[in-house]
Design a binder for this molecule. Structure first.
Ligand SMILES: *Cc1c(COP(=O)(O)O)cnc(C)c1O
Length: 465
């Protein structure tokens, strides 16, 4: 058979689609998806015929070809955004979706999202209400703030705050705090996008109160701003001006003080040696307006939370940008549940997965590792399992200097390299994200959830050497 003949004997889309082995898929999945998969596989086979001297096996063996089609259908039918098992030990893993939500928050989302809701309706008056009212009083109770509003994320919050409080004027920020958070969020860029002129003061390592004083201009200055250097630390010969001192300066010159704190920590984690600034402390130190993410140390959904003086918040709610960055009802439901939980800190610590993982004692992680290792002992003896102490990270650009002492289960096989094990685990039905160290695959117990264990064990036992 020459290439021309091979091409002529290539399968036809319509004919393959009639094959009995595809009936199940045609019933379960959109016809267009199945047809497209058949078309793609025929296209690939055509390329193989043209590029290879020998006839491809799938051309002569129909079953082989059909298996390829089915694999393609299964791949194409798998959702792109899907659950994974985070075995990296990095809690707020930015690439893996930062904070997982609590069961309670999810139930609230489902309840409001699949029905009509009071999103912008006031049941008392029967008139239009504000979406911000659903969480305002809960946030105020949890933080001690006078008022609050929520938007899409903290980057959006920063823009809205700056645009509404300082448009066309200057905001004074220390040079040591001009942060970049993950690529496209840079304080100087957000400032210019908000129509604000950045007035940098001090140096990278040291900024004094007098630097701020010198930069203040009665006409041009609109606000003083402090940005928490969430994702890096400047150590050594350093000095920065604490929020409480900026507050005094703000009072002296009648300027509002804005604090972008990023992490949104409400719990007290000092017992766990995590010394991140907390929302309530910063409120006490006197920020007029403070903003933080919903899905970092708060442990909620992606959101930007703005708290502080009522007069500024009211202005933000009326600002045209508020509509551009407005929060959706699903996020709002989840946030309401999260802040409701924070009314009792003990409950919050138990319910919020991020806080659970952060505060999980080392002994519990060891026990979890031991139980996992025990289940894996069912494997044949080509799989070598170890339990090692390890260091976990908070991640999400928070507390970069904190290392949490944890435990990992390590995997080693003679028949597979660590890289091959990592790859196979990543390709499992529920993908497992792990890392390699000392030629072994490490599964950090801190971020592996109880509901992950069954799938994890199954995938490991299925490793093929
Ligand atoms: C994380 C962070 C942001 C960006 O928040 P997103 O919710 O990711 O938009 C802004 N400022 C600081 C200080 C942060 O830590």
């Amino acid at each position: 058979m020459d290439k021309k003949e091979r091409l002529r004997s290539l399968y036809k889309v319509d004919e393959v689609l009639q094959d009995e082995c595809l009936v199940f898929f045609k019933e379960k999945l959109p016809y267009a998806l199945v047809a497209d998969s058949v078309r793609k596989e025929i296209g690939l086979l055509r390329a193989e015929i043209l590029n290879e001297d020998d006839p491809p096996a799938a051309l002569t063996e129909r079953q082989l070809f059909l298996e390829r089609v089915i694999r393609r259908i299964q791949t194409d039918a798998t959702p792109s955004l899907r659950r994974v098992i985070n075995a990296t030990g990095t809690i707020l893993h930015t690439n893996l979706g930062r904070s997982p939500l609590s069961e309670k928050a999810i139930r609230r989302v489902v309840e409001t999202a699949c029905s009509y809701s009071t999103l912008e309706y006031d049941l008392k008056t029967g008139r239009r209400g504000s979406r911000h009212d659903h969480v305002r009083s809960l946030i105020c109770r949890a933080t001690g703030a006078e008022s609050a509003m929520v938007v899409n994320n903290n980057a959006a919050a920063t823009m809205l705050v700056l645009s509404s409080m300082a448009d066309g004027r200057e905001v004074v920020v220390s040079r040591g705090e001009l942060v970049e958070i993950g690529g496209s969020f840079r304080i100087p860029d957000i400032m210019s996008l908000s129509g604000v002129t950045l007035r940098e003061v001090g140096t990278t390592n040291k900024t004094h109160l007098s630097d701020y004083v010198q930069a203040i201009d009665p006409e041009r200055t609109a606000a003083l701003m402090k940005v928490h250097t969430s994702n890096y630390r400047i150590i050594g010969f350093t000095d920065d001006v604490p929020l409480s001192d900026l507050r005094k300066l703000g009072d002296r010159y009648d300027l509002p003080v804005i604090y972008d704190m990023g992490n949104g920590l409400l719990a007290d984690l000092k017992d766990y040696k995590i010394f991140e600034p907390s929302v309530t402390e910063a409120m006490r130190d006197g920020a007029d307006i403070m903003l933080f993410s919903g899905d970092k140390l708060l442990g909620g959904p992606q959101a930007g939370i703005i708290i502080g003086k009522k007069k500024y918040i009211e202005k933000m709610e009326r600002h045209p940008l508020a509509r551009v960055v407005r929060i959706d009802k699903m996020t709002l439901s989840a946030l309401e549940a999260v802040f409701f939980g924070y009314q009792d800190m003990e409950t919050a610590m138990k319910e919020i997965p991020t806080l659970q993982m952060l505060t999980c004692p080392k002994e519990d992680l060891y026990e979890k590792a031991r139980l996992l290792a025990e289940q894996l002992a069912l494997a044949d003896d080509t799989l070598r399992i170890g339990i090692e102490s390890c260091e976990d990270l908070i991640g999400g650009g928070s507390a970069p200097d904190v290392r949490l002492a944890g435990y990992a289960v390590t995997l080693h096989m003679d028949a597979l390299t660590a890289k091959q094990i990592e790859y196979q685990l990543r390709k499992s039905p529920v993908p497992i994200i792990s890392h390699i160290c000392q030629d072994r695959v490490w599964l950090h117990m801190r971020t592996i959830m109880d509901k992950d264990i069954k799938d994890l064990v199954e995938s490991i036992l299925n490793l093929k050497g």
